[in-house]
Design a binder for this molecule. Structure first.
Ligand SMILES: [Zn+2]
Length: 243
């Protein structure tokens, strides 16, 4: 994918919503974050400041600030004298992300089982329906997005914005990891596992919910081909066009 096509994909999100191109740093950050997490901008791709500045009709300085925010969350990697790239997590980093998720999410779900209210369970069950619909439509991108959102919804039951923030970052990085390392034939059965987690929450059984969450994440990690790093795709804009 060339940078230009990716730029179209990026702005496409706005056109679809019939919104003008976002101009505040926060809005640009949101659009770019979603484009990376949803894999419209692939791992390893170079992000050219000039192009992004033109695309969003803002100064390069603003784009740089957004790229720095994304770099703090490790969604983007800044390389000296080479510019910004969509991060390309190593095998070691991929394992770290999943280990961190197991630790944080098993604790969160145990806590959630203690404090969940009927409205929270309703939200989770409505979400499971959306996941089911995405599977039936075979829309892999939406499936991955909804899978991540399920985990955030569980975290939100606890009402700890700091932990939810950490988790949002880990989930976005998981999306990059899955994009790179998803083995051939790997397929989520996350929906079934998500159902079991919701049932344990409804029963107020924190111990079971925590065990299910831990094995669910271990299972997701085991489906990845975390043996060696595939070569990062050569998506350098200048190299592609010889400029
Ligand atoms: Zn899941």
């Amino acid at each position: 994918m060339t940078a230009m096509i990716a730029a179209d994909a990026l702005i496409g999100a706005n056109r679809a919503a019939k919104d003008p191109a976002p101009t505040s740093e926060e809005a640009i950050y949101q659009v770019m974050h979603a484009a990376i997490a949803e894999r419209r901008l692939p791992a390893g791709m170079r992000l050219v400041e000039d192009q992004l500045a033109r695309l969003f009709c803002v100064s390069r300085a603003r784009i740089r600030a957004v790229l720095q925010s994304l770099a703090r969350e490790r969604m983007v990697t800044l390389q000296k004298n080479r510019g910004a790239f969509v991060s390309y997590p190593s095998v070691a980093e991929a394992r770290e992300v999943f280990q961190a998720r197991r630790v944080i999410e098993s604790a969160l779900v145990r806590e959630a089982a203690r404090m969940v209210q009927p409205a929270g369970l309703d939200r989770l069950r409505a979400h499971l329906e959306r996941e089911k619909a995405a599977v039936l439509q075979q829309d892999r991108r939406i499936e991955i997005k909804l899978s991540g959102e399920f985990h955030l919804l569980v975290a939100e039951l606890v009402g700890n914005a700091t932990l939810s923030g950490y988790l949002a970052e880990l989930i976005a990085r998981s999306s990059l990891v899955i994009a790179i390392y998803e083995g051939a034939g790997a397929h989520d059965c996350w929906q079934t596992e998500h159902h079991r987690i919701v049932d344990a929450l409804a029963a107020g059984d924190g111990e079971t919910a925590a065990n299910l969450m831990e094995s669910h994440l271990a299972e997701a990690e085991s489906r990845l081909a975390l043996t060696s790093e595939p070569a990062a795709p050569k998506l350098d804009f200048e190299a592609i066009f010889g400029v």
